[in-house]
Design a protein around this ligand. Structure first.
Ligand code: FPP
Length: 230
């Protein structure tokens, strides 16, 4: 969800207003996603590196999570959305950790659409945590499976989620910035020159159309059928 700060600066507004508009764009995008055949949408809300932003901005972002969940959780639950938060719980304000747990618990029975919010998330941190947990079980004397791609993937925050097909980066930047590093191995990348607060059904449709044009080979030579999800 990149470009909130630039969107606000271009209008002479504080960055907090850009993040607030970013939440509106998120709502539009969630609503539109199932119409494009998307079963699972993952958004980057706060990275393990975002703690280095000024305290006021960090506090604004935490505040937005509080108000978003308070105002939208019941509606999301009713709409069949399952919420899953990816990221480290340690280090989060305790009320945010409690809000996250409640949101996950309250929507766990839903299976129409999955919304994953990466929050206090970093792709590297997630890989480190998965390897560390494996090692700790070993050191505790448990019988652990040998590390291979399946056992490592099973320890990640996204374990059990649908495979990642498409990564969209907004705002014209062209990098992954520590997002879903493992999961991105064979994802298609689409870079859109639009600031996140302006995002919505039209831009999402353009990203999906670009994805549909891609030929996915997964390192092989045969054409593979495209799966649509983000
Ligand atoms: C990147 O734009 C955006 C973020 C770091 C935060 C995104 C968060 C929200 C939209 C709201 C809170 C989240 C939830 C889940 C309710 P930037 O600030 O880096 O913008 P810039 O690159 O233009 O400075």
């Amino acid at each position: 969800m990149d470009g909130n700060g630039r969107w606000a600066s271009a209008r002479g507004l504080p960055r907090a207003m850009g993040h607030r508009e970013g939440v509106q764009a998120l709502k539009r995008t969630i609503q539109a996603a199932p119409d494009f055949g998307i079963q699972c949408l993952t958004v980057f809300g706060f990275s393990t590196e975002n703690w280095s932003r000024p305290a006021e901005e960090v506090s604004d972002l935490m505040g937005l999570v509080r108000t978003y969940v308070a105002s939208d959780l019941a509606r999301l639950e009713k709409a069949g959305v399952r919420l899953r938060i990816l990221g480290r719980r340690d280090g989060l304000p305790s009320d945010i950790a409690a809000i996250i747990e409640k949101a996950e618990r309250q929507t766990a029975h839903n299976d129409r659409f999955m919304l994953q919010v990466a929050f206090n998330y970093g792709g590297r941190a997630d890989l480190v945590d998965a390897a560390r947990r494996h090692m700790q079980r070993l050191l505790a004397g448990e019988t652990v499976e040998p590390i291979d791609e399946d056992t490592l993937a099973a320890g990640l925050a996204t374990a059990g989620s649908p495979p990642l097909d498409l990564i969209v980066r907004t705002s014209g930047e062209q990098r992954l910035s520590n997002f879903l590093l493992w999961e991105a191995a064979y994802a298609e990348l689409v870079f859109q020159d639009i600031l996140w607060p302006d995002y919505g059904p039209k831009a999402l449709g353009e990203a999906v159309a670009a994805f549909a044009q891609r030929e996915r080979r997964y390192g092989g030579r045969e054409d593979a059928p495209a799966r649509v999800s983000a």
